[in-house]
Design a protein around this ligand. Structure first.
Ligand SMILES: *[C@@H]1O[C@H](CO)[C@@H](O)[C@H](O)[C@H]1NC(C)=O
Ligand SMILES: *[C@@H]1O[C@H](CO)[C@@H](O)[C@H](O)[C@H]1NC(C)=O
Length: 496
């Protein structure tokens, strides 16, 4: 920053010199013609008033012309200065630092060292070096749009942060990520490795330069309370997430997509995040985009609508995007363990919701080591991975914004006919179309989901995939909403 300020000051000083010269020229013109005038009056002149007036007019015109000339000259000098100041500033820089590799640096673009400038800092710098006139078209400045977080065309750069430890099967994940990546510049893959496992590191390194490997530097033993010894893995995972996210966001990115090393991704994985990222900025009630559907088994999804997306109060994780501002908020209080349960707590969630797809864009090929429990692991493998490519960037996704969604979704659900699970199962519903199954307490919810084969657990009182308590899924040929009664009062922490 210091250097940029010096450059800015220096330019201002240059402008001062030019203004003084221009001012001098103008004053000189006036003084010169003033003396001309006096002399001409002193000389014997024709007595004719008319002729005298004509002479005055002529001199007046000459003065005006001279003024115009000096104005033109001033402008020319200013333009010259503007066209040339970038190189002059870098030569100034060169003089200060004497490092040859800085020769070609344009001052307003360069990130000094590894600490990128924040947007605000960049604006400040740009404000200092911006020429005062609006003739920017004449200026062949280097392209100022491309930054660490955005491409030249304004599209965001979205790093894919892969969290690795000691599974060599990460190759399956990386193959997929590289295979479907439309543009390596826009989606840099950063693999962060914890655990220091040599074999895994070698697998990751074999993918260079398609990705970058970074290593979590703190391999010190982690303090775990005696009672939680068996959960040590979760403490390490939490430390790793915190380090890796901090590292990635500190590069200057606006968005990061987190992928664990046991995930396969769908062909339109990148397109999905590219098409939805703007929603996170547009709608403050959104805090994540997830590629995962917790109830994404083949029999619960509507295969004819791969483009369908939903809002959910349940944080799904498993291939998800967050913004820098959310990370700034969470990083300062990041927990020592069980970050996923922690993030789902109302204190963190603050009623914010995620977008999730009808058909999962990620699928886990199995966890070994730290596990979510046998049932969950087994279940996960039945999740259907989307195969079709949906052009999300071409779709109108404003139906997902809170006001639009709440207006239509809640109204729709609560005008649907109520049926029982038994009627559904025995195909006793005469009419086609969506229906609603009602639940009024925890036990009822558990019973119905178990019978259906849906996920039946809660986190911080929120059922998986629920929005306003409503779990939406596909059953045979129709959509079914498992919904609390209309005067629902919100999630109950004691249901967990
Ligand atoms: C976050 O990363 C930056 C840059 O890499 C580092 O200076 C800072 O100490 C890190 N903060 C935490 C809490 O790890
Ligand atoms: C997008 O969809 C919304 C409704 O969700 C509609 O109001 C809006 O007009 C649509 N925009 C375009 C460009 O079609």
């Amino acid at each position: 920053m210091k250097m940029e300020y010096i450059c800015g000051l220096w330019i201002i000083m240059r402008y001062h010199k030019i203004l003084i010269i221009a001012g001098f020229l103008i004053i000189w013109t006036f003084v010169f013609y003033y003396f001309m005038l006096r002399n001409s009056i002193d000389f014997p002149l024709p007595e004719n008033d008319y002729r005298r007036k004509m002479m005055f007019k002529k001199i007046e015109n000459q003065v005006k012309q001279e003024l115009k000339k000096s104005e033109k000259l001033t402008n020319a000098v200013l333009r010259y200065l503007k066209l040339n100041y970038p190189s002059e500033v870098s030569s100034n820089k060169r003089r200060e630092s004497q490092t040859p590799q800085q020769k070609d640096q344009a001052p307003q673009l360069q990130l000094v060292g590894v600490v990128p400038l924040t947007d605000k800092e960049q604006q400040t710098v740009m404000g200092l070096v911006e020429p005062p006139e609006q003739e920017q078209n004449h200026l062949e400045l280097p392209h100022v749009d491309a930054t660490i977080s955005h491409l030249k065309d304004g599209q965001p750069i979205i790093p894919i942060l892969v969290l690795a430890c000691n599974r060599v099967s990460i190759a399956k994940c990386l193959d997929n990520l590289i295979q479907y990546r439309p543009n390596a510049e826009q989606f840099p893959i950063i693999v962060s490795q914890d655990c220091g496992d040599e074999a895994t590191r070698n697998v990751i390194l074999s993918y260079e330069p398609q990705l970058t490997l970074v290593e979590q530097p703190d391999q010190s033993d982690i303090f775990v309370p005696p009672k939680e010894k068996k959960f040590k893995g979760y403490y390490k995972i939490s430390r790793h997430y915190s380090w890796a996210l901090n590292y990635t966001f500190s590069q200057g990115y606006e968005y990061v997509v987190i992928v664990e090393d046991d995930l396969n991704v769908a062909p339109d994985f990148y397109e999905y995040f590219l098409g939805t990222h703007h929603l996170l900025k547009q709608d403050p009630s959104l805090w994540c985009i997830s590629a995962w559907n917790d109830n994404g088994k083949a029999k619960f999804i509507d295969a004819s609508h791969p483009e369908l997306l939903h809002r959910t109060d349940f944080f799904p994780g498993l291939g998800w995007m967050l913004t820098k501002s959310l990370w700034q908020e969470l990083s300062v209080k990041w927990p020592k363990s069980f970050w996923d349960d922690w993030i789902r707590h109302p204190e963190q969630r603050k009623n914010r919701v995620c977008i999730r797809p009808e058909i999962s864009r990620t699928r886990t090929f199995g966890k070994i080591g730290v596990s979510n429990g046998l049932f969950f692991d087994k279940y996960l493998r039945y999740i259907k991975l989307s195969e079709e490519f949906v052009p999300f960037t071409q779709l109108n996704l404003s139906y997902l914004l809170k006001d639009n969604y709440d207006n239509t979704f809640l109204k729709k659900v609560y005008t649907l006919p109520i049926v029982t699970y038994d009627e559904l199962r025995r195909r006793l519903i005469s009419k086609d179309g969506p229906v609603r199954i009602q639940y009024i307490n925890r036990e009822q919810y558990k019973r119905i989901t178990k019978m259906l084969g849906l996920m039946d657990d809660f986190k911080s009182g929120v059922p998986r995939t629920a929005y306003h308590g409503i779990v939406s899924f596909f059953y045979e040929t129709r959509r079914v909403y498992l919904a609390p009664n209309l005067n629902w009062k919100g999630y109950d922490l004691s249901w967990s």
